[in-house]
Design a protein. Structure first.
Ligand SMILES: [Zn+2]
Length: 490
């Protein structure tokens, strides 16, 4: 028998644990042989499809419509917005077809702005055409990353992006609040991943944006994982791409824009890392590819008893299917013990066991993925009991994640203390800081060197924490105008 289970503890070696779960729980296959390009296997892709479905449903409720752009981007468009042109060093270029050079090389999209906004300049003429809210989903983008990791960083990774156009900056700001609400409803309520919403410092915003906002969580190794980003693009792109409309006053004006990009992969990585345990994957009930597995306990020398057990398993499988659960009767040749481990590793929320004891008592044994015990439930009440167990599972997952998150935010008022906290715990550390505009960058650079790589995540949004008048920047000792969060990042 090949080594089925996870061979390291999550607490002791998170990096190796993560690699093993990705492979052994059948989420991705990295053996394709081109660095940074992975295969999404059915088990993992089911969970990813759920993330997409949640987002699409929520975004459409807000009035967004789906469109689909091709993967090719014109070179001149990538360079039109001056700061956005900062993407070009990481862009893949298509320069040849067969053995011939292409006359006008083009890029594989690193993100959508440079292909969508030239079209926007043709689509809108009047203030009456706005607001316009468009999005594209279930697509890939490409960036030439040097170090890659499944669901954390890839040369090709899964993407979702909204691109919104407004008559005023006020409307753009309202959209940013809606994006925050979308993150709360999907990433926290549905997927049970806690996060803080930051306004990023000016030196670390999206290339071309006025401001960038991100929900960030903490992985079990205490590193920050940015789960999404929302950008207030101001009029930067509308000026660069000439997106103009005739306003109510009949004067021509540039539009206001926002875009929002939940990191599909990053959310998946957080689900794997934060919810998983030493046995493998743990998945919220609604997202599980299989929600219930039924395992028969039979003995080869007791044929007639075995038949009764199998019949009972089939009956229960059918009745649960009728209730619309995703259920599997695992009647394979493997031993019950092997099956327990396999389905635990893959994160199936509920396991039902039926053997001679259960047949006699007209009950079934049930084990919940988040608990280390079995309970007996009466077959006639199975519908109600499964519902209860599914709620218990989701509550267990949420409580565990919330606890971990809460216990990993600390305060510091000096550089020495900060250095020690970063070294000992990582996590988020709140410190007083001089400025989150570009003049604070030199302090951020020093902080990064002193802490061996920690960054300033930003200030809390929408309610920034207040400093008291005596607080000083922990680097330059000037008056602290902000409480910023510091963390090491992926
Ligand atoms: Zn400073």
């Amino acid at each position: 028998m090949k080594e089925l289970g996870i061979t390291v503890k999550k607490q002791e070696n998170f990096s190796e644990w993560y690699t093993q779960v990705v492979q052994k729980a059948e989420l991705a296959d990295i053996r394709l042989g081109i660095q940074g390009f992975i295969v999404h296997k059915p088990w993992g892709f089911f969970i990813i499809k759920k993330i997409y479905e949640y987002l699409e449903e929520e975004i459409e409720k807000q009035g967004h419509s789906a469109f689909l752009f091709p993967v090719a981007v014109k070179e001149e468009n990538l360079k039109k917005e001056k700061q956005h042109a900062g993407f070009t060093p990481n862009v893949f270029w298509i320069t040849e077809a067969g053995d011939k050079k292409i006359e006008e090389k083009f890029a594989l999209r690193p993100t959508g702005e440079a292909q969508i906004y030239p079209m926007y300049s043709l689509w809108f003429r009047s203030h009456k055409d706005l607001p316009f809210k468009g999005y594209q989903s279930r697509i890939s983008v490409f960036r030439n990353e040097m170090t890659t990791r499944p669901f954390l960083r890839g040369r090709e990774f899964l993407f979702f992006e909204t691109h919104n156009v407004f008559n005023s900056h006020n409307e753009a700001e309202e959209q940013i609040k809606d994006d925050l609400e979308t993150c709360r409803k999907i990433i926290y309520d549905k997927i049970k991943i806690p996060f803080l919403y930051f306004k990023r410092p000016q030196w670390d915003k999206f290339k071309g944006a006025d401001h960038t906002f991100t929900p960030d969580t903490l992985m079990p190794d205490g590193k920050r994982n940015q789960l999404a980003s929302t950008h207030d693009l101001g009029q930067n792109f509308s000026k660069a791409f000439n997106i103009k409309i005739r306003g109510k006053d009949e004067k021509e004006q540039f539009v206001w824009q926002t875009c929002f990009g939940p990191g599909i992969w990053r959310i998946m990585a957080a689900l794997i890392g934060i919810h998983g345990d030493d046995k493998g994957l743990v998945i919220p009930f609604e997202m599980a590819p299989l929600q219930i597995v039924i395992i028969p306990i039979t003995f080869s020398d007791k044929k007639s008893e075995s038949k009764k057990i199998i019949d009972s398993c089939v009956k229960i499988e059918n009745s649960l299917k009728k209730l619309c659960y995703r259920v599997k009767f695992d009647n394979s040749e493997e031993t019950p013990g092997f099956k327990y481990h396999k389905w635990e590793l893959q994160g199936v929320p509920i396991r039902i066991e039926i053997g001679p004891k259960e047949i006699k008592s007209k009950k079934v044994s049930v084990a919940l993925r988040t608990e280390n015990k079995k309970t007996q439930i009466t077959i006639s009440k199975i519908d109600k009991e499964i519902k209860k167990l599914s709620l218990k599972l989701d509550k267990d997952i949420k409580d565990k994640a919330d606890n971990y998150f809460k216990n990993n935010t600390r305060n510091s008022n000096s550089l020495d203390e900060l250095k020690e906290l970063v070294k000992k715990y990582r996590g988020f550390i709140k410190v007083p800081f001089c400025s989150v505009d570009n003049d604070g960058k030199s302090c951020a650079d020093i902080l990064k060197i002193e802490t061996d790589g920690a960054d300033i995540c930003g200030t809390l949004y929408p309610k920034e924490e207040k400093t008291n008048p005596n607080q000083k920047c922990i680097i330059c000792n000037k008056k602290a105008n902000h409480i910023v969060y510091v963390a090491k990042s992926y």
